[in-house]
Design a protein around this ligand. Structure first.
Ligand SMILES: Nc1ncnc2c1ncn2[C@@H]1O[C@H](COP(=O)(O)OP(=O)(O)OP(=O)(O)O)[C@@H](O)[C@H]1O
Length: 190
């Protein structure tokens, strides 16, 4: 029987993962990276499932669905998408707010085999709260709550001060990404 020609194997995609408090400017930075970097990166944010595209049904306190029940399933589903996209050869630029050690452990477990560049996005509380108020689409107090813990779970491959313009920070992140060492911080975690 003749061999059926198969496609050459696709190398896994690379991940640039931005962690910082709500309103730190992560999504803005993801977009700035995407538009400047010299190869395609898909932006894939948990926000796309939470705030857009009618993925979630109603979740006001009176129901009819229990957000407390749905939340861990939604998050776990999102986490599992990341290695799926990377394994299929897609580069990803992702923003995330690490909230608990369990979340971080799960992400490390799923992402350890991949080339991950971990970026801490820092912003002081007064500026976070100014942005939070100006946006009007975020719950006031989320940024303050996040800031207490978000940077306590891991070290980073690179860090930025998000008071700097996103154009400047994205250029710095891209330059550092090109010079990254292997494995990165996430890959060196046990
Ligand atoms: N460097 C910056 N200087 C001033 N404002 C900024 C800067 N970066 C982002 N912003 C503004 O801050 C707000 C929040 O930005 P963005 O949506 O990127 O934050 P985020 O970290 O992704 O937030 P969330 O996690 O809540 O989705 C937006 O109104 C954005 O225009």
């Amino acid at each position: 029987m003749e061999d059926v020609p198969s496609s050459p194997p696709v190398p896994p995609g690379r991940l640039i993962l931005l962690n910082g408090a709500s309103s730190a400017g992560k999504s803005t930075l993801c977009h700035a990276i995407q538009t400047r970097i010299d190869e395609p990166f898909l932006q894939f944010s948990l926000d796309f499932l939470m705030f857009g595209a009618r993925v979630l049904p109603r979740r006001d306190p009176e129901g009819p669905f229990s957000w407390a029940e749905m939340r861990p399933r939604l998050f776990e589903g999102y986490y599992r998408c990341l290695p799926a996209f990377l394994g299929a050869g897609n580069n990803l630029v992702v923003d995330y707010i690490i909230e608990t050690p369990e979340q971080w452990r799960r992400l490390v477990e799923l992402l350890r085999p991949f080339d991950v560049f971990l970026v801490g996005v820092h912003c002081p509380l007064d500026e976070l709260e100014r942005r939070e108020r100006a946006r009007g689409d975020r719950h006031l107090g989320d940024a303050r709550r996040d800031l207490l813990t978000v940077h306590t779970f891991t070290r980073y491959d690179f860090e930025v001060d998000s008071r700097r313009p996103p154009e400047e920070n994205s250029e710095r992140i891209i330059a550092a990404w090109h010079l990254r060492r292997w494995p990165g911080v996430l890959g060196r975690l046990s």
